[in-house]
Design a protein around this ligand. Sequence first.
Ligand code: NAD
Length: 363
Amino acid sequence: MKLKILITAGDGIGPEVTNEAVAVLKEVAAIGGHDFTFTEKRIGGVAIVKDGTPLPADTLEAALASDAVLLGAVGGNEFNSMPPDKRPEGGLLQLRSALGGYANLRPCFSFKELTVNSPLRPEIIEGTDIMFVRELLGGAYFGKPREWNKAENRAYNTMVYTRDEVARVARIAFQLAQKRRKKLCSVDKANVLEVSQLWRAAVVEVGAEFPDVELEHQYIDAMAMHIMNRPRDFDVVVTENLFGDILTDESGVITGSLGLLPSATIGGKVNLYEPVHGSAPDIAGKSLANPLGAILTAALILRHSGGLEAEASAVEASVRKVLEQGFRTADLARGNTRDFTVLNTQQMGAKVCETVKTMLVNA
Ligand code: NAD
């Protein structure tokens, strides 16, 4: 398997966690004889300082010439007073829109060993394994007209979808469900919103192509409760941009730490992979960052850009194993050094690498 991967490590803890993710990818490539090439380019604050723009032209060019882009994180307090499009986050938004991915995949899972880190009760969250598919390019975030008319003290946005925009993201969700537990839940507000009625009709229409997948519909308000009360009942969940933004963050509490959450954005010219967390300036450069979210993001590259399901599963199983063995980064240990071995960023990365190697060599 050949993969050209662009690394845009970015700011703060971005480079620290990305290094560990790349090390895992290199280990997988070495064991399986895969040809992964890595190119590094600047994005975000580091690019503003060196190149005068958060997304330099050569970064964008390299991204478009890659099979996958792995992003660390962008942002820093020193850039907070700049206008939005000139800030580090502006570079990421430009990159996302140039790559054109419309399906944002956010896995939500519970690690048995970490249930104590979640505010929800262990018997509710244990065994949770949901794949959220959030539509990323449509809905109220992009719809026009939009305006805050200050003279009239009136503001409005437009939540708009076409049938085709819904159908393409629904198709990705059905395909993912086929490879998992064959259940898809579509979330909308069809009892009130016309745009949701179109959403539901398009999902049902696409569903006819996937008779092996069981389709259910939930209203967003009810779903916000179901996710907290019975998260194990859901397999793949597909929803529009705004509802997905809220539901995926809400579900993050099931996993219990921001440092553990991966994401992938697929369907466009080039897939973009990024851990969910930001640049964490408060802990940057101290080797305190949890690299597991970035490493689980690398697993998504293996699965969705490399088609390497066994290798992706081995990386995920290795993360689970390391946690089972009592290894924790500081954010996960929360000061409990009696029950856990607390590792820094590099030690945790090395521990996962070593476990991946053992798992794949003995497979
Ligand atoms: P953040 O995710 O960077 O940090 C929130 C809290 O979680 C902090 O206390 C941080 O130390 C902790 N944390 C985050 N990731 C961690 C990890 N891997 N290991 C251990 N602890 C971790 O969010 P924030 O503080 O709101 O934002 C900081 C900067 O990051 C801002 O400039 C923001 O705009 C940017 N940001 C970027 C992205 C991105 O690049 N995709 C996403 C969110 C925020």
